[in-house]
Write a protein that binds this ligand. Structure first.
Ligand SMILES: [Zn+2]
Length: 152
């Protein structure tokens, strides 16, 4: 950011805000930008925590339902209903955890280090490990395993 700003003869805050800032407004805008960034980071952390909690609750609920259906004597129809409930719980829980995770933070391109937020479609399609997800970088266009970044 710094070389870009010096080339354009603007400040980093002007770049972030997208407007020219006079001396008087400068301090206020700087504080606003910092506050916005902090709020954004807090929201990201909260969504990530909620996503993990949601995942854990889903696993416990699904395992409990399956164990009950498998080991406790009951009419077949009740067993079938429990299995359907387990599948429905898994689908809803995984869906909710994914939506929350998609809303939490950014992905970093391994080639150009650009931070970006993937679309829901990219997010669902993206092959992933625990900490990385495969995306086409919107900045440099290369495909890479992008690392999750909660804060920026
Ligand atoms: Zn890139």
């Amino acid at each position: 950011m710094l070389p870009l700003c010096s080339a354009l003869h603007i400040t980093v805050n002007e770049l972030l805000t997208g407007t020219r800032i006079s001396e008087n407004d400068y301090q206020q805008k700087a504080e606003e930008n910092i506050m916005n960034l902090m709020t954004e980071n807090e929201e990201n952390k909260r969504n990530m925590t909620l996503s993990v909690i949601c995942g854990i609750i889903t696993i416990i609920a699904v395992v409990s339902l399956v164990v009950i259906a498998a080991y406790i004597a009951m009419p077949t129809i009740v067993r079938v209903v429990l299995i359907i409930a387990a599948v429905a719980t898994a689908a809803v829980g995984i869906g909710a955890a994914s939506v929350l995770e998609a809303k939490a933070g950014y992905y970093e391109c391994p080639h150009c280090k650009a931070l970006f937020i993937p679309t829901v479609k990219q997010f669902v399609k993206g092959y992933h490990t625990i900490t990385k997800r495969r995306f086409v970088c919107p900045e440099c266009g290369k495909v890479g395993m992008c690392r999750k970044r909660i804060v920026r």
